[in-house]
Ligand binder design. Sequence first.
Ligand SMILES: C[S@@+](CC[C@H](N)C(=O)[O-])C[C@H]1O[C@@H](n2cnc3c(N)ncnc32)[C@H](O)[C@@H]1O
Length: 274
Amino acid sequence: MDEYMKGNRDLWNEITPIHVASYFYDVEGFKHGRSSMLYPIELEEMGNVSGKSLLHLQCHFGMDTLSWARLGTKVTGVDFSDKSIELARSLSEELGIVADFICSNIYDLPENLKGTFDIVYTSDGVLCWLPDLKRWAEIISHFLKSGGFFYILEGHPFSRVFDDSPDATELKVKYSYFHTPEPSKGKRYLSAWESEGDCAVPDAVVTHGSYEWTHSLGDIINALISSGLKIDFLHEFPMIFYKCLSFMEQEDDGRWRLKGDKIPLIFSLKASKI
Ligand SMILES: C[S@@+](CC[C@H](N)C(=O)[O-])C[C@H]1O[C@@H](n2cnc3c(N)ncnc32)[C@H](O)[C@@H]1O
């Protein structure tokens, strides 16, 4: 693991217990019957997953993974944070939900996991931690059965170019839309966490920095096409599930939007292996 990956793993080991205790994840509610952490968009777009095998990349401490298992899917969750995987396993055991959890950097996964899956799934804050999307897409293709599909629901890369400081009052371009091999070193997320807190816990204090990469929508789609997958759809939506810009407004359904719905905030994509 290189310096950047180690740094990010330490960061996620630090964030994991904060998320577990947060209102955003509501682990207690999940334990006491709230059936799912999954969003209506992904439930609808993924269709009936019952009886299928599903590989969940960057599963964090397994709430979404276990939610898919509750819907009858045979799940394997992967994350490089040992704290996250430890918690995912204990949640699975406590709730009696069968699931496999593997602690691995996804770039090393072919050495740590055998077999292929009907579905490879990932969501919600995953791509900025990955330096190389071409290799990421090859790994997705490697683990998909023929006839299987990949699905992602993720923050839209265009929504990440704007000033995300707590005192921002309007859309002002601050960051580049385009990828650079060198990561941005923690300024964006650390300053947000220090002043306003992590997206899940507004007043959390996080001491580790982050290393993050930007990937344009074109980078994401072309990486998947290059790995041999066929794009089935790409959908863009003007709302998001947490407040990522300070001047967003929350709707009655709990989603966050910008006045006028003028830019995309999340996207979903499905791609098939023929
Ligand atoms: C924002 S979280 C994903 C959230 C998850 N979808 C959820 O709702 O719980 C990002 C996750 O990616 C993991 N991660 C980041 N880089 C990784 C890598 N190279 N290999 C495996 N996991 C990684 C982190 O440990 C973290 O759990």
